[in-house]
Design a protein around this ligand. Structure first.
Ligand code: SAM
Length: 299
């Protein structure tokens, strides 16, 4: 350990040492849970890069999802005013108490990120923000977590997350291109996304079966298209992609319970007759959701 690290509280860089990590986890009788997506980072260069890239300095603080043993949390605590880390697995709490001992700007919150009242958390912990999110996401809830963060009106500046490599490509794919899905629509509506860097599967303990990538979403101040009702727009986007192999008309009609001829007419009016969802641009999806809103309001 360098002299500089020696002066800092908590475990810091030592958490990237597989031997030290195994010793720590063994001492706490901890076993990895596959169902909670527990693959802990052991590549020493990844967390400093994420902490550096997430924009912590420009925010009231950082929200982390799933601190695990605190390897990223610790790096974030070095650059952020405050870090709140939400962890579901209570077995990790005594471990975090040890690894983050003395990191006074870190608060670990027990809970499920899908159930917590995030607006309240931002208000209570960060004085209303703005905040940024930085996390190595549990992969089984990548899309639901991102959708929550993007669809709720939270004071977010940026979201920097590690996701599966394929998910990174999908999330950053522009609407109207083959790889895009309902989450990419929300991503592009709310933010400007980019892939920052790849991360190999060997960077984790235990190693997952797939490679990963870190992406950053910079939240927009204004959406790029005009939408009459955002909640409805997101429903339309989800409905259009609900059955990817079908046409958008079929998928939307069954997802939203609107008669197919009405959906077909709305699609034709936005220049997308007979199209599948992945062919619809953001502008077309916005216009379509506005037309369908009129259709349901005056059937
Ligand atoms: N940040 C650590 C790292 O990079 O090594 C751990 C990342 S690990 C991929 C995901 C973490 O999310 C685990 O600690 C897991 O227990 C936690 N987790 C899983 N589901 C969660 C949920 N619904 N809410 C909050 N945390 C969750």
């Amino acid at each position: 350990m360098s002299q500089q690290e020696n002066k800092k509280p908590g475990w810091g860089g030592r958490l990237s040492d597989p031997g030290a990590l195994r010793e720590l986890l063994g001492r706490h009788g901890f076993h990895f849970s596959k169902s909670l997506g527990q693959n802990f980072l052991i590549n020493p260069s990844v967390c400093p890069r994420m902490a550096e890239a997430c924009g912590a300095q420009e925010c009231a603080g950082v929200l982390e999802v799933g601190p695990g043993v605190g390897v990223l949390t610790w790096e974030l605590s070095q650059v952020a005013k405050k870090v709140c880390a939400v962890e579901l697995d209570t077995r990790l709490f005594p471990v975090l108490e040890e690894t983050l001992a003395g990191c006074d700007n870190v608060k670990v919150i027990r809970g499920d990120v899908m159930k917590l009242d995030l607006s309240r958390l931002v208000q209570e912990e960060f004085g209303g923000g703005p905040i940024c999110v930085c996390a190595n996401l549990p992969y089984y809830i990548t899309s639901p977590v991102l959708l929550r963060l993007l669809e709720e009106e939270l004071p977010l500046r940026a979201i920097t997350v590690m996701v599966q490599k394929e998910a990174a490509a999908r999330l950053c794919a522009a609407p109207g291109t083959r790889e895009c899905g309902a989450v990419s629509v929300a991503v592009h509506y709310r933010s400007v996304p980019r892939v920052l860097f790849p991360v190999s599967r060997g960077s984790f303990l235990p190693p997952p079966k797939v490679d990963s990538a870190v992406i950053r979403l910079d939240l927009r101040e204004e959406p790029p298209v005009e939408v009459a009702d955002e909640a409805w727009f997101f429903r339309v986007a989800r409905g259009a992609f609900a059955q990817r192999r079908k046409t958008a008309a079929n998928s939307l009609s069954s997802a939203l319970g609107i008669p197919k001829p009405q959906v077909e007419a709305a699609l034709a009016a936005v220049g997308a007759a007979g199209a599948r969802a992945e062919r619809l641009t953001l502008e077309q999806l916005a216009a379509l959701s506005n037309r369908l809103l009129e259709a349901v309001a005056s059937p």
